[in-house]
Design a protein around this ligand. Sequence first.
Ligand SMILES: Cc1cc2nc3c(=O)[nH]c(=O)nc-3n(C[C@H](O)[C@H](O)[C@H](O)COP(=O)(O)OP(=O)(O)OC[C@H]3O[C@@H](n4cnc5c(N)ncnc54)[C@H](O)[C@@H]3O)c2cc1C
Length: 291
Amino acid sequence: MALPRFSYLVPKNLKEACLMLAEHKDKSRILAGGTDLLIKMKNRIVQPEYIIGISNIPDTDYIRVDREQLVIGANARLSAVAEHPRIQRYFPALAYAASVTATVQIRNMGTVVGNICNASPAADTATPLLVYDARVVIMHPEGERNLPLDEFFKGPGLTVLKSGEIVKELILPLTAGRSSSNYQKLSARGKVDIAAIGVSVCLLADENEIVTQARIAIGAVAPVPKRIGRVEKYLEGKGLTQASVKQAAQISMEESAPITDIRATALYRKKMVEVLTMRALSSSMEQIRTK
Ligand SMILES: Cc1cc2nc3c(=O)[nH]c(=O)nc-3n(C[C@H](O)[C@H](O)[C@H](O)COP(=O)(O)OP(=O)(O)OC[C@H]3O[C@@H](n4cnc5c(N)ncnc54)[C@H](O)[C@@H]3O)c2cc1C
């Protein structure tokens, strides 16, 4: 199907993009890699009159890692995040999630920020970013604000972004201490496909292998990707035994609220949340033991 007609605007910088968004309001959309937006336009799900192309704005595809944090710019491609050696080392769940998002061609076009702004409950990079406590830096014509990613999603396809606002970057603090993390994805066609279920885990443990901090997030099984506080509280202060992993997985399943759709039934999704949580926790604990 052909694209509907639109005017293509080319801002010189992100500030100008914000001004264009503020001027054209609901009639405009940002285009980064276009791998979500153009499909939606072809299918007439959205029909913006103005497309604001940001992919050629200089210095917006940065990935910076220092001793304290990782910063991912608005135009950093999924492939760049997947292949970045320091992301692979310090944020392995994110590197892995980016590496199993779609196909090579799409990873070379699509951005991590676009993956988040599209606000699909199944977005592959959402749950790893949630367990790494990512913050979203939002630019608007008067300045900037930032908030935890946890507060960014409002529903399927919906975010807190207001008219004139654009995501400038994502900031992830480096986790100090004995930590490990893991992303588990299940989809109908292996890695190429959108996730039917996604589970991310990030654990911190002391020298006795007692969990001092647990972060766990689930995707594609609720209206938004979300952290599961009940599991996190349950795990903290415990060793990871078969019994505690099983109980944590059971709570994960109880906290999911999936629907039946083209990718999987609600019943199957619920059961697989339990299975993927067990796999993610077991794998994370294994990594901690070998550190
Ligand atoms: C065949 C196919 C397979 C796919 N498989 C997967 C998969 O396995 N897993 C997965 O998670 N996704 C998948 N996707 C979806 C898509 O590729 C990703 O979500 C990608 O990361 C989107 O990034 P983009 O830069 O192309 O976003 P775009 O399409 O450019 O933008 C997406 C949305 O975000 C908004 N946006 C983009 N950047 C900003 C910004 N800086 N500030 C504010 N708003 C912004 C746009 O206006 C638009 O609404 C697939 C897509 C296709 C076509």
